[in-house]
Ligand binder design. Structure first.
Ligand SMILES: *Cc1c(COP(=O)(O)O)cnc(C)c1O
Length: 429
């Protein structure tokens, strides 16, 4: 018997790291089997500890929009490394990155750089509460905003009631001001504002949700979010950690044509390095320390190597035609998957925007988390492992979106569709 190096590494990892992983979904709990330990990556591929190659559709969960090892990005990072890893003092590159972000996201007049999406969302929430002097917040079931206490919450019993913690270690008091509503449910949204509008600090939303697979806010729902926030003096916060520079050059706000008050960014803006950001109008952002009373800080914030990586990435994606090409590629992929499923009579629907996509093993497109969760787990897992065996790596859980990079070739897309076709065919009686 040949040794499985992934299995050996997983056992070794499990002895020293809880669950053998440093972020839960990597552990393959939802789909079963042994997590693949990645050794290296280039372009649209990565290789595991057995030397097996995979076409990569997670791209580090979004950041690797150019593919792995893009020469311009590698060059920028190598140069930056030689100048020092971190100073704890300001640098010109932070200004350049801030200017680049603001130029692409017109709703933002100022931005603060941090190191993770969790930190950015948590800080935006504190800023919204500080700026409004209010406590209550709205979030939606199935949207993920990182793992800050107040945001790790599931819906309470009645409509528009406060939520319950979804994690151990989060006291009910920490989520007592968080109202969890159903995504795309306008009636619930209106009721929550009618009951709690005067105490509402903000509404936080993934306007194209990528943490319950791929579910769009309907245009009417997104518009009501904006209107109700404005009417009640609450801030509309778009969490674009996933969608920012991923669904298009101007994020989900550009796609929907809605201007949020605050925007949270991460993933793509770091190009694979730990970097995230939040920003909005000057008057709100000036509430932050050192100018204002809302405290926020970070030893590695605006890290010189991370900003070099982010800047080089933004430079590439801002080139004319980048998103047109990426969108076309992604559409070819999802259309091909859909055709393959249709040909075998497998219930299947797909959606995509820019370089982000989702598919559901069901006939109709879900509008909310409850419906997403009715997906047949066993069928998804069979598809996941079938693809993995054939060298195609998609997210190891059915409630995750997928990502195409500029490095994916027509051949990669065709090979992916062909692998899916074989699996659909084999799954039919
Ligand atoms: C990934 C993600 C986060 C959390 O970002 P981390 O860098 O993992 O902390 C927050 N919000 C959304 C929408 C995300 O997709």
């Amino acid at each position: 018997m040949t040794t499985d190096n992934n299995q050996t590494l997983f056992q070794r990892a499990s002895a020293v790291i809880p669950g053998g992983v440093n972020s839960p979904v990597r552990a393959f709990k939802a789909v079963g089997g042994t997590p693949r330990f990645i050794q290296r990556a280039q372009g649209a591929y990565f290789w595991d500890a057995n030397g097996k190659r995979y076409i990569d559709y997670i791209g580090s969960w979004g950041p690797m929009i150019l593919g792995h090892g893009h020469p311009a990005v590698v060059d920028a990072v190598q140069k930056a490394v030689l100048e020092g890893f971190s100073y704890g003092a300001p640098t010109e590159r932070e200004i350049e990155l801030a200017e680049a972000i603001l130029a692409l996201v017109p709703s933002m007049e100022m931005v603060r750089l941090v190191s993770s999406g969790t930190e950015a969302a948590m800080s935006a929430l504190r800023l919204a509460r500080g700026a409004t002097g209010r406590k209550h917040i709205i979030k939606f079931e199935g949207c993920y905003h990182g793992h800050a206490d107040a945001l790790l919450v599931k819906a309470g019993s009645g409509l528009a009631t406060f939520g319950h913690p979804t994690s151990g270690g989060v006291p009910p008091e920490a989520v007592q001001h968080t109202i969890v509503l159903e995504y795309n449910n306008i009636a619930q949204l209106e009721e929550a504002f009618a009951l709690h509008g005067k105490d509402m600090a903000c509404l936080m939303i993934e306007a194209i949700a990528g943490n319950m697979n791929f579910v769009r806010a309907t245009p009417e729902f997104a518009r009501r979010c904006r209107e109700l926030c404005t009417q009640h003096g609450a801030l509309l916060v778009f969490d674009e950690v996933m969608t920012g520079f991923r669904v298009g050059l101007h994020g989900a706000q550009g796609v929907l044509g809605i201007t949020p008050d605050l925007t949270v960014l991460g993933k793509v803006i770091g190009g694979g390095m730990p970097l995230a950001a939040f920003g909005g109008p000057r008057a709100i952002m000036e509430q932050l320390a050192p100018l204002g009373p809302v405290y926020q800080a970070g030893t590695l914030s605006g890290n010189p190597v991370a900003t070099a990586c982010g800047l080089a990435t933004l430079k590439e994606i801002a080139k004319p035609g980048f998103y047109e090409a990426l969108s076309a590629k992604t559409r070819t992929l999802v259309a091909g998957l859909k055709a393959a499923a249709d040909a075998e009579g497998v219930p299947f629907n797909v959606d995509s925007e820019g370089g982000m996509f989702g598919f559901f093993l069901m006939k109709d497109k879900p509008q909310n988390y409850g419906t997403v969760m009715t997906t047949d787990n066993a069928k998804f897992n069979a598809l996941f492992h079938g693809l993995l065996d054939r060298g195609v790596y998609i997210a190891p859980a059915l409630y995750e979106a997928g990502f195409v990079s500029a490095a994916h070739s027509d051949e990669d897309i065709a090979a992916t569709i062909d692998a899916a076709r074989q699996i659909f065919h084999a799954s039919q009686p």
